[in-house]
Design a protein around this ligand. Structure first.
Ligand SMILES: [Zn+2]
Length: 188
């Protein structure tokens, strides 16, 4: 059984009326998507599905904790993601694009696959900036070792390198020529 099959509803087996369906998302769920920026995650997906003759009406509530790479230190940061939406499923012989609100199925399709929908709903709720939050002292709780590692040179180190560069990278001969040139220019 595919990891994502758990997020499929065999709606044709359901009676007309209201049904409550609970699903859980976990690390395996997020790993099933290629190139996912989500590194881990746990959460619940609560669905109230109302089936009528012509359509399905789904009220979906997602409550999750999602792990993504921190923009500053690249360590994992856990971000709470909550999502609430209504999804309408209609049936048509002509396959139509999902516009975010209405999903279309052909009458031949007897299953409603929600894995992609759930994944994208969570993904789109993630904040643009993903960083470890500040602790009570106002320090970012990032991995400081990682931060040090990324900081190639501090400003102070840069100054030292720049100062040394004036003399050590030019040998004595070049240096005197340069000095001579400089003297000529200032004489003008
Ligand atoms: Zn961080």
């Amino acid at each position: 059984m595919n990891t994502l099959d758990r997020y499929t509803i065999a709606y044709k087996d359901l009676s007309i009326g209201v049904h409550r369906i609970s699903m859980q998302v976990d690390d395996a769920f997020f790993k099933a998507f290629d190139n996912s920026q989500i590194t881990s995650g746990t959460g619940s997906v609560e669905i109230e599905l109302t089936k009528s003759e012509s359509m399905l009406h789904l009220s979906i509530e997602i409550d999750s904790k999602i792990g993504v790479e921190c923009d500053r230190c690249l360590e994992e940061v856990i971000i709470p993601v909550e999502y609430e939406a209504t999804l309408i499923v209609r049936f048509s012989d002509v396959s139509e694009e999902f516009d975010g609100d209405i999903m279309w199925l052909t009458p031949a399709e007897d299953q409603l696959e929600l894995a992609q929908y759930i994944y994208e709903s969570i993904y789109l709720e993630l904040p643009y900036q993903r960083v470890h939050e500040e602790d009570e002292n106002g320090n970012l709780s990032c991995n400081t070792e990682m931060l040090e590692h990324f900081k190639i040179v501090t400003e102070e180190e840069f100054e030292t390198i720049a100062t040394k560069g004036d003399t050590s990278s030019i040998d004595g001969n070049d240096w005197s020529k340069l000095q001579g040139l400089k003297d000529k220019m200032t004489q003008k």
